[in-house]
Design a protein around this ligand. Structure first.
Ligand SMILES: NC(=O)c1ccc[n+]([C@@H]2O[C@H](COP(=O)([O-])OP(=O)(O)OC[C@H]3O[C@@H](n4cnc5c(N)ncnc54)[C@H](O)[C@@H]3O)[C@@H](O)[C@H]2O)c1
Ligand SMILES: O=P(O)(O)OC[C@H](O)CO
Length: 333
């Protein structure tokens, strides 16, 4: 449900793994493109799709007779979409979230939004998160991911549906850890982009990644995540991929800001692609404050994205903080 770059790449993985796949897109031109040219030229141009994937414009048709519903719209639009899909969802389907963000209006993770809107039980709600840049996956480059569900058997069933020769899913029962890792790394990737846009090198990037992981672990721990999840694919794995790759929309967005673009200019350059961290920096920060967790990098990114601070001033404010011991525990900022 959603034909952006990741929804489309995931549809390809599922088709390559031998599943019957329908992909719902809002615009009928995109549906026609997928059915006629077997390509999504708007979001994943140049990557041929298996001709078994069927593009569908009607929600009712997309959701009829399916056992896995992959929710592939951006975080802030998931609730609105689910409200329209709800009446058509098969009662025994598994709902799998791909989105990496925290809802601004509620501070909820995507699995919480799904539970609230659909009233499906937790054992029918799963999330997929890991170092998965859509274009690399669509090329069939080797990659791994995590499929998390509180019901381990259910996670294993979804895992089987996704396993192909190039895409290797692992299971986890720590839904909170996977979702916090996915949402927080987008914010840290914005900070890495800003540093690289300013011309800083690998020492700075490694520092941001490492201290970004420290604040993600603090937030995850305060919300009940297993911190070892954040040492895995959905934590450090995704953080490294997103913070290092020029394919990352979040990193690229941050780099434009670091090079001196305004927020509006950086937004205009995205070509309709989502950089989730720009919105989620505010909701992740709110979640941190509610739980008494200090997240200085997230706070700094939020100041640039929502309070008008310049990137050089942000760097000065971060480096001007008092000196600290390097402790990863929940209390150490
Ligand atoms: N692209 C990736 O490499 C990648 C990888 C892993 C996870 N994700 C996550 O997947 C989610 C979806 O991202 P994407 O990269 O597929 O999107 P995208 O940026 O490629 O495009 C956004 C898609 O969402 C659609 N959309 C926007 N607003 C909508 C709305 N209100 N209702 C319905 N559809 C709407 C757009 O039409 C488009 O199809 C995000 O949370 C992202 O963080 C992306
Ligand atoms: O392009 P980004 O920054 O949205 O990142 C894409 C994926 O989440 C990487 O795992």
């Amino acid at each position: 449900m959603g034909a952006g770059s990741w929804g489309t790449a995931v549809a390809k993985v599922l088709a390559d793994a031998g599943n019957d796949v329908k992909i719902w897109a809002r615009r009928s031109e995109l549906v026609d493109q997928i059915n006629t040219h077997h390509e999504n030229r708007d979001y994943l141009a140049g990557y041929p799709l298996p001709d078994t994937i069927r593009g569908v414009a009607a929600v009712e048709e997309a959701l009829s007779d399916v056992d896995l519903v992959v929710c592939a719209v951006p975080s802030q639009s998931l609730r609105g979409n689910l409200e329209q899909w709800r009446e058509h969802l098969p009662a025994d389907a598994v709902l799998l979230s791909l989105a990496k963000g925290v809802e601004i209006s509620s501070g909820k993770r995507m699995s919480e939004v799904i539970a609230e809107v659909t009233e499906f039980p937790a054992r029918q709600i799963a999330v997929l998160s890991g170092p998965n840049l859509a274009k690399e996956v669509a090329q069939g480059q080797p990659a791994a991911t995590v499929i998390a569900c509180v019901d381990e058997d259910q996670a294993k069933r979804v895992q089987e549906a996704f396993a192909t020769g190039y895409f290797r899913p692992y299971t986890n029962v720590d839904v909170v850890g996977c979702e916090i890792g996915g949402a927080a790394k987008n914010v840290i990737a914005l900070a890495c982009g800003m540093a690289s846009g300013l011309g800083f090198g690998e020492n700075t990037l490694a520092t941001i990644i490492t201290r970004g992981l420290a604040e993600t672990i603090r937030l995850g721990a305060s919300l009940g995540a297993d911190i070892t999840t954040l040492a895995g694919l959905a934590g450090i794995g995704d953080l490294v991929a997103t913070c290092s790759s020029p394919l990352s929309r979040n990193r690229t967005f941050g780099a434009r800001l670091g090079e001196g673009a305004t927020l509006e200019e950086a937004q205009a350059a995205t070509n309709g692609q989502v950089a989730e961290g720009v919105k989620s920096c505010a909701s992740v920060l709110a979640l941190a404050r509610e739980n008494g967790v200090d997240m200085p990098l997230t706070e700094a990114v939020n100041r640039v994205c929502h309070e008008g601070m310049s990137v050089p001033d942000m760097v000065a404010s971060l480096l001007g903080r008092s000196t600290k011991p390097e402790v990863y525990g929940a209390a150490a900022p």
